[in-house]
Design a protein around this ligand. Sequence first.
Ligand SMILES: [Zn+2]
Length: 170
Amino acid sequence: MSEVKSFWCHEASNVLCVRASDFDNLTRLFLDAAERAVASERREKELQQRLTEADEREDQRAALTNDDLVAIARNAALNSVDRYNYMPCLPEEAFAWKPHYWVIEAMRAALKPADGSKPSTCTWSEGGFSWHTGCGKEWQFTDGGLPSENGMHFCHSCGKTLVVESADPS
Ligand SMILES: [Zn+2]
């Protein structure tokens, strides 16, 4: 903005002027800056919105009861394009219809976060001059030592959390 020059047009009446092109540039710069500010505010709001929605989904997932899942299954059965004779066709039928329990269990399993109760570790045992990973690979450290001493906390092969088998006293 330093290149904007102002000069006296009419010093006696205290009128200060800027060149028309400078004024246009300034206006444009100002508008650009304002637009960027608005855009970044909008982006931030959208991000916040998305985070809130994710939180709400998480809450909903945790709060889903078996009755909720049954209701979802009833709806899915009503709306399904594939028709089987065990499925309800009318809302009145759907209201009394009970999906197989395994359907509910499958839905429940699908709702579980990926890091659920399943063990997600790979147990490494030391044998000879190398390590044997729980997922069937062999690995050596040039300078020896424990995996953790080599900065390894995850199995390079299966990606699970690396656990070292407790030392055998034999
Ligand atoms: Zn592994």
